[in-house]
Ligand binder design. Structure first.
Ligand code: 9MG
Length: 261
């Protein structure tokens, strides 16, 4: 899954507006480089990020999804926790709902059931604005698994089919470095819940915490190490910025496992 953040800090024309053409080109490039899904998001979920009003989020993502749909048959996911944005995105051509709030917004469960598209339920403690203020767990892996199981059960009770549900431990979302490392080490516990697992660690801050404050653009090595760990543990998909290099690493890992070309 290739990350396409349609936010002014990612694709700016120099002012406050998103350069949509550049965003679409980046999405198509990720597909050429081997991505199966493009994850389009119009609201940053980085720690400390400010919320974006619904109309602005729609203005950012809908034209980009329409343009990608016109030019490619590949799967597109909408990264949003707002039911109205997910609905408009699916009408514009998106195939998957990636929800970092795991359908906790009012009306989200019902909307997911109505839309009938696969939905990714991610674990987050708190909200992006405050989630890194002293996150605490007794047993982070157990608590994340319990939360995801409960959200999957609630989704199914609302009418989402079991085969539409994906789970995601939410690396970096309300977690300290040690919490993130425990989740990566014990990822098989999330996988054993029985749903396909999406894993996202690309360019995240825990890499800088291990490697001397490495800048966001200098985190490729750590991103690849985490993606390889996830693939080895059995994650069904990894969410990444650097599609070409991740594909290369995955191909080499698979070839080594086979022991032949
Ligand atoms: C939007 N977003 C940012 N990081 C993410 C992650 O790790 N998983 C999912 N599902 N979405 C993410």
């Amino acid at each position: 899954m290739g990350v396409l953040n349609v936010t002014p800090d990612s694709f700016s024309d120099g002012g406050d507006f998103v350069d949509r053409a550049a965003a679409v080109e980046r999405g198509l490039e990720m597909l050429r480089n081997g991505a199966d899904v493009i994850d389009v998001g119009g609201e940053s979920t980085r720690p400390g990020a400010d919320p974006v009003p619904e109309d602005e989020e729609l203005r950012r993502v809908v034209p980009v999804i329409k343009a990608l749909r016109e030019r490619s048959a590949a799967r597109i996911s909408i990264d949003s926790f707002k039911p109205a944005v997910a609905r408009a995105a699916v009408e514009a051509g998106a195939d998957i709902w990636n929800d970092v709030r795991a359908l906790q917004e009012p009306g989200a469960l019902e909307t997911a059931a109505e839309l009938g598209v696969p939905v990714i339920l991610m674990h987050m403690s708190g909200s992006p604005k405050t989630m890194q203020d002293k996150p605490q767990y007794e047993d982070v892996v157990g608590e994340v698994c319990d939360f995801l199981t409960e959200r999957a059960d609630l989704a199914m009770a609302a009418g989402v089919t079991a085969d539409s549900i994906w789970l995601d431990p939410g690396i970096g979302f309300g977690k300290t470095l040690d919490h993130n490392l425990a989740l990566m080490r014990d990822l098989d516990q999330v996988i054993r819940l029985g749903y396909p697992v999406l894993f996202g660690a690309s360019r995240k801050r825990f890499i800088a915490a291990i490697d001397d404050g490495a800048h966001e653009m200098e985190r490729l090595g750590g991103s690849l190490a985490a993606a390889m760990r996830a693939a080895q543990a059995g994650a069904a998909m990894v969410r990444v910025h650097d599609v070409r290099m991740t594909m290369q690493a995955l191909k080499v890992q698979a070839a080594i496992k086979r022991g032949k070309s």
